[in-house]
Ligand binder design. Sequence first.
Ligand SMILES: *Cc1c(COP(=O)(O)O)cnc(C)c1O
Length: 813
Amino acid sequence: MKITTEQFIKEFKRRLTDEYALDVKDATKEELYRTLAAVVKSGYFDIWRKSKNSFDQDQKKQVYYFSIEFLPGQLLKSNLLNMGWYTLVKKAFQELGLDLDEIAQVEPDMALGNGGLGRLASAFMDSSASLALPVNGNGIRYKYGLFKQKFVDGYQVELANAWLDQNNVWEVARPSKAVKVHFGGQVYLKEGADGTLEPVYENDKVILAVPYDTGIVGYKNRHVNTMRLWDAQIPAEEEINFPTIESRRRVEDLTSVLYPDDSNEAGKFFRLNQEYFFVSAGMQSIIRHYKQVHLSLLDLSQYVSVHINDTHPAMCVAELMRILLDDEKLSWEDAWKQTVQVMSYTNHTIMAEALEKWPLYMLEKVQPRLVQIIQEIDRRYALELEAKGQSQLLASTRPVKDNMIYMANLAIIGSHSVNGVAKLHTELLKQDVLKDFYTLYPERFNNKTNGITVRRWLEIANPSLTKTIDRVIGTKWHYDAKELHKLASHVSDKRLVDAIGQVKYQNKVRFAKYVKATMGLEISPKAIFDVQVKRLHAYKRQLLNLLRIIQLYLNLKQNPALDIYPRVFIFGAKAAPSYHYAKSIIKCINEVADLINHDDSLNDKLKVVFVEDYRVSLAEKIIPAADVSEQISTATKEASGTSNMKLMLNGALTVATLDGANIEIKDRVGEDNIFIFGLQKEEVLDYEQNHGYHSADYYQNDPAIHRVLDALVDGSIPHIQAEGREIFDSLVRANDEYFVLRDFEDYLRAQNEVDQLYRNQTQWNKKCLINIANAGYFSSDDTIRNYAEDIWQVTPTVSENGKVSAEDARYPL
Ligand SMILES: *Cc1c(COP(=O)(O)O)cnc(C)c1O
C-alpha cells in the first residue's frame, strides 16, 4: 500500500482547494501548513480510532501517565516521520516548489511545560506509541503556554504565549466525554439506610472538565495513542452559580496559565486547584471508562496503571480512594489494596525546596473530602508502623505533619513503585532523602534512567548526520537505537570520521546563519561551539561557565597574543519570572556578551550568543551544531539531565561533573571520551553535612578567582552594578551554596583539555563518533520498555498485520 508522490500531491491540492479555494502558488505558509496537517490527520485518524477500540476489545491493561507538564514541541515533522511519510512529502513539496522545513516552522511549539520534566513526559508519549504500548497521557490544556522570553537591555522580559490563538490543528475537543469536578464547600458523613457512612456535600461548586485529545503517532507501526488534556469550563446548568465576570474568570483561569516555576514549589493556592482539577477529571474518566468494559472494581489493578510524574499529581492516591469508597462503595481495605497496586510514582528531584507540601487548610478549601481521606490514610499508616514496631520512622514518613500534607510521602505510601531518574539519583533517594521509606519498603524502589527520543533529536533535527550514519550501518537504529553501537567498530574508518566532522561543520554554518539573521551577530563556524542549554538555575551553574568566560576575556585583554582556540559560547535558558538570582545571571551573561562581541581587539577569539526564548524547536537547531556540551551542575543536584543525552547523540563532547546521567554517559563512552571535573557526590555531601566549605577563602587565596570576581563589581563589565554585586555576595559572603569557586580551577583544567584536543580534528571527531555510537543507550524507547515491564506490567498491542512493531508499516493516505 505504498503511496506515491503523485497521489500525495493530488490529495494535497484537492484539500487546498476544498479548504481555501486556492492554488499552491497563491497560498500562504500558514494555509499550506494547515492543509498539510489536514492530510496528515486523515492518514492516522482511522488508525487512532482502531487503536483505542483494540484496547477494550482485547481487554488490555492501560496506563495513564499523569503529568502537570507536557512539552511536545512541534508535531508536524514528527508525525510525518512516524507515519513513514517524511521523505515522500519532502520530495513532493520540492516538486511543488515548496520547502517543507519553512512550512513546518509556522507551527507554534506546544510549550505546556517548563523543561526537562515536561519534555520527558512527551518523549515517553512518543516511545510508548512507537512500541505499541497502551499508554495515555493525562494533563492540562493551558491556554497560555510557557512565557515567551525576550531580552530588553539584557534583562529577561516575559511575554504571554497565546499559542491557541492560531488554533491547534492536532487536538480534538470531546465535550461528550466531559466530567464534573467538585470544588470547595463543606462535607460531612451521614449514616445511610444500610448503616454505611455517606459523604454529604454542601455549597460546593461544580466545574466542567472538557477533554481535548491529541493522537500520538507510533513510529511506522500503525499504532496511535492519546494524550488527553483538560480544559475548565462552566457547566450549562451551573451558570447561575457564577453570576459575576470575576467568578467566571476564576474558572477559566484554572486552565489558563502554566506555572513557570521550574522546580521551586509554586506555593500558590491556584496551583493546588489546578492539581486537583486534572487529577479528579482524569481519575473520574478512567473509572467511568473502566466500568464500561469491566465488571468488578476489585480487578481494577489488573487493567489499570496510573503513573504519578513528580508530586503534582500525588492527589491521585486520595482521589481514587474517594471514588472507590464514596461512589463505588468499596471497603477501605479493598479500595486501598487496589489503589496501591494501581499507582506508581517517579521522583524527579532531591532539592528540598522543590518537594511539595501544602497546608491542610488550603486543601480543605479545594476539596474537604480529600482532607478527610488523607487524614485517614495518615492515621492508618501510623497504626501500620506501630504494628510493625517501626514507629520511630513515622515522623519522617507520614503524609500529614504539623498541619501540612507532604505530597511525596502521600505518593510513596500510596504506590507500589517509586523510581528515581538516574542511577546516582536513585541511590541518593535510597541512602539519603527517602532513606526511611527505603527501610520500610525496599521492594518499591527502582531506577529508571531518563531517555530521549532519538528519532526527533537525530532524524528530524540532524538529517545530514542521519544520512551519514545510514550509509554505514543501515537504518535498523531508527527502530532500535542501540544499533547505533555498530558505529563503534568504524572508528578507524578515516572517511567516516572526516564525514562526521564535515556534517558538524555544515550544521554550524546553518546555525551561524540563523544567529546572523535573528541577532545580527557574526560567528565563525570554525570556532568551537560551546553549548549550555537548559533552564537557568543556580544548581545548573551557568555562573561557573560565565566566570570562565570573564577570565578568558581578562586574559585576552592582558595578552592579546594568548594562544586560545576560538570559541563561541552559546546559551539558551529561561528563568522563572520570580527567580531573582537566576534573572541576575541572565543579565550578567548578556552584558558580558555585549562587551565581548563588540570588542574588536579580541580578534574573534571569543563570542557569546545568548539566544532568546529557548524551546524545543530552537533546541533542534542548536544541538546539531554543538561541539561541546556543558553539563556542569553541582554533583548530587541534577537528578538526570537529558540535554546531556541529546547533545552526545549529535556528536558533541561533554564537559561534565559526576552528576545525574553524566555518570552513565561516562560509563558508556569511557573516561577518554568525556571531560570530567569537579567535586564528587561524597565530597559534596561531606561539605554539606560538616559545614567544611568556606568560599571566602577561595576569593582571598586564589588570585585568579579574586580577579574574576572583582570584575563583577569594579565596573570592568558595564551595566551590572546591582546584579554583579548580588552574584559576588552569593559567592563570597553567602558561602557559595553550589561550590562554584571550589570547582572553578578544575573546570578550567577540563576546558583547557578541550582546547588542546580540538586542534587535532581527527582525534576529536573519533571521540564524537564514539559518543554517537553510545548514545543509543539513552533512547526513551528502552526507558519506557523498562517502565512497561517492571512497573506497569503492560505489553504491546498487536498491530493490524499481526506484528507487534511492523517493519516500515507506513500509514495509508
Ligand atoms: C531537553 C530539554 C530540556 C532539559 O534539559 P536539561 O539539560 O536536562 O535540564 C529543557 N528544555 C528543553 C526545550 C529541552 O529540549
